[in-house]
Write a protein that binds this ligand. Structure first.
Ligand code: C2O
Ligand code: CU
Length: 462
């Protein structure tokens, strides 16, 4: 996906040397295996055949990794796919060498090869992992799993803690994954939007619950490009965390928007009557669909519960003085109905036809795809503000690697910590973060076809 420049090559060599001299040799040799390989899954109802997928462990979703805050995650990734891959640990404020970006933080893991991921998880919360090479194809085929980091105090008291990985699939009438990955139409429009929605790889995901039970629901949008609009019915609930990071005050639950790669942690109390069904409803153009069902059997206590306390905060550094912070604009252009004539591509001014021939459709600040120079080079600990100006006719879910940021509103107030922000068409959204994690980090649209079509840049923290 990225060109391997001299700079990147030197870094890759350093990364390799560090791994070889790793003091944790014995642990490394016995690291659990995370094997990417083809498999099958029952996505569609029984009347259809099973679907051929690619998955971690050959399963859908990949193994659920649950670790304690501050622990080390050690996984030997083995690539048994027919194409190169890598693992990106989305939302983890990770050691740069473990970020899983081929050509930038490591070499792509070729078929038959492996790579040892070994990193600490500083923050509790809901995270996930996915490939970062031909991501638009590999994720559309099913490559993703959840990484849950448990709070040090054990977290809130709940009857059940469920991870719900939401996906949409573009299936053929035989319930097989349609090809045409990364085609130009998807690149220039909304991305690969599917025709079949699953939770944890099931079209009929169901969990029986008791009335008045309190559940923690961890929702992850693993779709290539679909923005989910969701409601919980038969529940009384609160949003307690976004993109892994606790809210200072839990927010009463109403309609939710979940852009690709975003997560939300909910605490919900079952209010539906015994014998009824609570559900998660996804709103599509033509109405609402129940995508998860919670049949209510029996009861768990007799009264409603008090509102939950906030989850303990994570050790993310506080923003510095915003007035003094360095500012940069990121102007998004291009896409269908965007009127883009051309952009810098591989260091040359390129017309839109040649851009499109290379699969590109979008530009950041007049450049399509990765450049050799970072968007910004930040000193460690510096507070950076990036104003994202969406001049396109499409929404973009912008993701920053290695850091969490806050949105800065016009009145100077700031939003909750996030790692992915939806910037709707014609909208401007500013983010600010403390660049405290050294290394080279991507900033890209998580609508994967957009990222592949040029919506990708990078920052350096020295
Ligand atoms: Cu979830 Cu650059 O990725
Ligand atoms: Cu986009």
């Amino acid at each position: 996906m990225l060109r391997l420049t001299r700079r990147h090559f030197a870094q890759t060599l350093l990364g390799t040397a560090a791994t070889l001299s790793c003091p944790h040799g014995t642990l490394a040799n016995t690291a659990p295996l995370l094997v990417a390989r083809p498999g099958t899954a029952r996505l569609a109802p029984e009347a259809y055949p099973e679907t051929e997928i690619w998955g971690y462990g050959g399963t859908l979703p990949g193994p659920l990794l649950r670790v304690n805050q501050g622990a080390r995650v050690t996984q030997r990734f083995v690539n048994e796919l027919p194409q190169a891959s890598s693992v990106h640990w989305h939302g983890i404020r990770i050691d740069n060498a473990m970020d899983g970006v081929p050509g930038m933080t490591q070499e792509a893991v070729l078929p038959g090869q492996d790579f040892l991921y070994d990193f600490e998880v500083p923050d509790a919360g809901t995270y996930w992992y996915h490939p970062h090479n031909r991501t638009y194809e590999q994720m559309a085929r099913g490559m993703y799993g959840a990484l849950i980091v448990e709070e040090r105090d054990g977290g809130p008291e709940v009857t059940d803690d469920e991870v719900l990985l939401l996906d949409d699939w573009r299936l053929t009438p035989e319930a097989q994954i349609a090809d045409g990955f990364g085609n130009m139409h998807d690149r220039a429009h909304a991305g690969r939007i599917g025709n079949w929605i699953t939770i944890n790889g099931r079209g009929d995901w169901t969990r029986p619950v008791a009335r008045h039970a309190r559940l923690r629901l961890r929702l992850v949008n693993t779709a290539n490009a679909r923005v989910f609009v969701l409601e919980a019915r038969g529940f009384n609930g609160w949003v307690v965390a976004l993109d892994g990071m606790p809210l200072e005050t839990p927010q009463p639950l109403s309609r939710l928007t979940l852009a690709p790669a975003q997560r939300v942690d909910l605490l919900v109390d079952v209010t539906a009557e015994t014998g009824e069904e609570a559900m998660l409803v996804s709103f599509e153009r033509d109405g609402g669909y129940a995508i998860a069902s919670f049949p209510v059997r029996g009861r768990d206590g007799t009264t409603t519960r008090p509102a939950p306390a906030a989850l303990p905060s994570n050790p993310v550094p506080a923003l510095g003085d915003l007035a003094q912070a360095r500012r940069i604009d990121l102007v998004m252009e291009g896409g269908a109905m965007g009127g883009l004539n051309g952009a810098m591509m591989n260091g040359q001014m390129t017309g839109i036809r040649d851009m499109a021939a290379a699969g590109n459709a979008w530009a950041f600040n007049g450049m399509t795809g990765m450049g050799d120079a970072p968007l910004i080079e930040a000193g460690r600990g510096e507070t950076i503000r990036i104003r994202m100006v969406n001049e396109t006719a499409w929404g973009h879910g912008m993701h920053l690697h290695g850091h969490h940021f806050r949105q800065v509103f016009e009145d100077g107030t700031t939003g909750p910590l996030r790692d992915t922000l939806l910037v709707n068409r014609s909208e401007t959204a500013e983010i600010a973060f403390v660049a405290d994690n050294p290394g080279d980090w991507l900033l890209h649209c998580h609508m994967l076809e957009h990222a592949a079509a040029g919506m990708m840049t990078w920052l350096r923290v020295t």
